[in-house]
Design a protein around this ligand. Structure first.
Ligand code: GUN
Length: 253
């Protein structure tokens, strides 16, 4: 794991990932770099980790400081170690249905749906938020499972017009209280990916949980819903990566 600077939320996420690795028996190292680190130093570190056969997963915690060329950083990670699935090669692979690593948060959402026995095929899914980390890969993964998917920007002119038709509503907009009960179809499945810290320090999602839980058939809480799944899927991807590495070694020998 590579953590640049002192973003408090990123520090919490990385700590959670470190603890999860320890609990699962995965050896993790955290490289903490100064927020003024130069692009070259970061690139050199990634190049070293790419070449290290004892490393099976490389994660650069986002966001990065503005002076860092994020695209170049992500494209320097070896696609075979890109357990976040953010390398352009892996994004393209996801688009074309040849997935190398599924991005962890949408992967966690798919696993939640599978675990609860919620069918996706033929369902109307609305994803609110179109980020590269969640909204876009989420839509692709559900399309690959034969759902009909609409992506809405959080600023959509009449968001409710779209959300009300959703059998499955995935919200990843970063706007506390964006989704209220009248915007949700009765019996819908509501997945809240938002993590927002209010001024009083309270962590809330993008969905008015109290109101929407009276209309939804299923709803995920924040905290404690999608967040722990994201961390879990990171571990799953890392183990998958290690297994591929050793399988390839066996084939070669
Ligand atoms: N920042 C917010 N979510 C993520 C994630 O899934 N991976 C990384 N690397 N950074 C993030």
């Amino acid at each position: 794991m590579i953590l640049v600077g002192h973003d408090p939320a990123s520090a919490v996420y990385v700590r959670n990932k470190v603890r999860a690795c320890e609990a699962a028996g995965i050896h993790s190292f955290t490289h903490r770099l100064h927020e003024k680190v130069e692009n070259e130093e970061l690139l050199n570190l990634i190049t070293r980790l790419n070449a290290d056969p004892s490393v099976h997963g490389i994660l650069v915690q986002l966001p990065l400081p503005a002076h860092i060329d994020m695209a170049r950083i992500l494209e320097t990670i070896a696609p075979s170690k890109d357990v976040d699935g953010f390398h352009l090669y892996n994004v393209g692979a996801l688009v074309t249905g040849n997935t190398v690593f599924s991005p962890c948060t949408p992967y966690g959402v798919v696993k939640l749906l599978e675990h609860e026995g919620i069918p996706v095929e033929g369902q109307n899914v609305v994803v609110v938020g179109a980020s590269n980390i969640v909204g876009k890969p989420m839509a692709l993964m559900l399309m690959a499972r034969d759902a009909t998917v609409a992506i809405c920007h959080a600023k959509a002119r009449d968001l409710a017009q779209f959300t009300i038709g959703a059998d499955i509503l995935v919200v990843a907009a970063g706007v506390p209280g964006l989704i209220t009960a009248p915007m949700v179809k009765k019996g819908a499945v509501v997945i809240d990916v938002g993590i927002n810290r209010l001024e009083d320090g309270k962590i809330v999602g993008d969905v008015d949980f109290a109101g929407v839980s009276r209309r939804a058939s299923h709803i995920t809480p924040v905290p404690g819903g999608v967040g722990p799944m994201t961390v879990t899927m990171l571990l799953v991807n890392t183990i998958e990566s290690a297994e591929r590495f050793y399988a390839a070694q066996r084939t070669a020998s």
